[in-house]
Design a protein around this ligand. Structure first.
Ligand code: F6R
Length: 367
């Protein structure tokens, strides 16, 4: 049932091209110029009336939500707040009639997420759920549902569910922008064609998976490391860091690269591994200076860059891994793949139970 893979996690990492295709299938018009989400009950008129969004989830699903915030804010230009479900539900969130609450949950059964959904509805908000399980509690109780078609996820560490949630956010953001006229047809079809190239681009990354084994093995000798990035790269850094902690039990922290010098830089010493994401071209030079700050303290840096930057980045980092080019907003769907693989190989190198990490359950149905 692992289809020839050693672990469910590796199988699920490799299923991402299919998960992307399945999640997009039927939701992009034949001519590739518009998004169709007929499952949504919310009307164009109602979407026009939404002026703020709260994205609420736990763990990896929340990390997908952080990318979702960037997607909605840049495509629709509406302010989005993200919150941890266990905080949101108890902090009397400020919900107005023009607030849309989006809950994200692979299982659709996470207790805190479900409670946040109920609290939001109690306060009068309309709730849209992004979930992988049809008929789950979250899917049943939400006002609108977008199902990710990642297929069953068995490994405790979420991979294909997370990346399919990103696809769902891209689709929903485009759909919304399209129906309220925030993006014209040319802009929407430009993003859609880039999205349709993602599955093949993931395949290209997966074909280089072995390269990351060596990086993971060197990391596995360390007790702590950092993931740094800016913009959506910072959101992906958080997911990379959680994945590594979860299955390799190595401590790591994700940091907004520009924030390091405000204290945390003190923790970087000779040999400290740093994984730096540099997929946002506009922020590339800024990232290079942040990398320099860590190198000056002896950090051992892996740079994740877009194709074409190889020879240049080689001068600034100890190792690099390049990913195919896509639109800046879509890069998380590619850049997370090497991070998933690094965690997988690090856990393997340390001899841990990759699919069933200690102390964790697949579905957290208690508070
Ligand atoms: C990490 C992981 C967890 C879940 C979280 C929410 O790999 O899987 O952080 O993302 O427990 O679970 P769902 O998405 O089922 O609500």
């Amino acid at each position: 049932e692992k289809a020839g893979f050693d672990h469910f996690m590796l199988k699920e990492i490799n299923e991402q091209p299919k998960a992307y295709r399945d999640t997009m299938r039927g939701r992009i018009s034949e001519d590739g110029r518009s998004v169709a989400l007929p499952e949504l009950k919310i009307t164009a008129e109602q979407l026009k009336g939404i002026n703020r969004v709260h994205i609420v989830a736990c763990g990896t699903a929340l990390h997908a939500g952080l990318v979702g915030k960037n997607v909605i804010e840049s495509l629709v230009r509406i302010p989005v707040e993200t919150d941890v479900a266990s905080e949101y539900r108890y902090r009397s969130p400020i919900i107005t009639p023009d607030t849309l609450v989006i809950v994200v949950s692979q299982s659709g059964e996470t207790a805190d997420t479900l409670a946040a959904l109920r609290e939001a509805q109690r306060c009068g908000a309309r709730v849209l759920a992004i979930t992988n399980v049809v008929g789950s509690s979250v899917a049943r109780e939400a006002d609108d549902v977008i199902i990710t078609l990642a297929g069953p996820e068995i490994a405790v560490a979420s991979t294909k569910a997370y990346s399919s949630q990103l696809i769902a956010f891209f689709l929903f953001g485009l759909y919304w922008a399209q129906v309220v006229g925030k993006q014209d047809e040319a802009a929407v079809s430009h993003v859609l064609s880039a999205m349709q190239a993602l599955p093949e681009q993931v395949e290209k990354i997966l074909a280089q998976a072995e390269v990351l084994k060596e990086v993971a093995e060197s990391i596995s000798h360390h007790s702590s490391l950092f993931f740094i990035g800016r913009g959506v790269d910072y959101a992906v850094a958080m997911e990379g860091s959680l994945k590594l902690k979860e299955i390799s039990y190595i401590h790591s922290e994700a940091y907004a690269a520009g924030e390091l010098k405000h204290g945390t830089l003190a923790l970087i010493e000779e040999g400290t591994p740093v994984i730096a994401l540099l997929t946002q071209e506009e922020l590339y030079e800024k990232m290079l200076s942040n990398i320099k700050e860590t190198k000056a303290r002896g950090a051992d840096v892996l740079g994740i860059v877009n194709e074409g930057h190889e020879s240049e980045i080689a001068k600034s980092v100890d190792r690099y891994f390049s990913i195919p080019r896509t639109l800046p907003l879509l890069t998380p769907a590619l850049s997370v793949i090497p991070l998933q693989l690094i965690s997988y190989y690090a856990s393997l190198a340390l001899g841990h139970d990759v699919d069933k990490p200690r102390n964790l359950a697949k579905s957290v149905t208690v508070e």
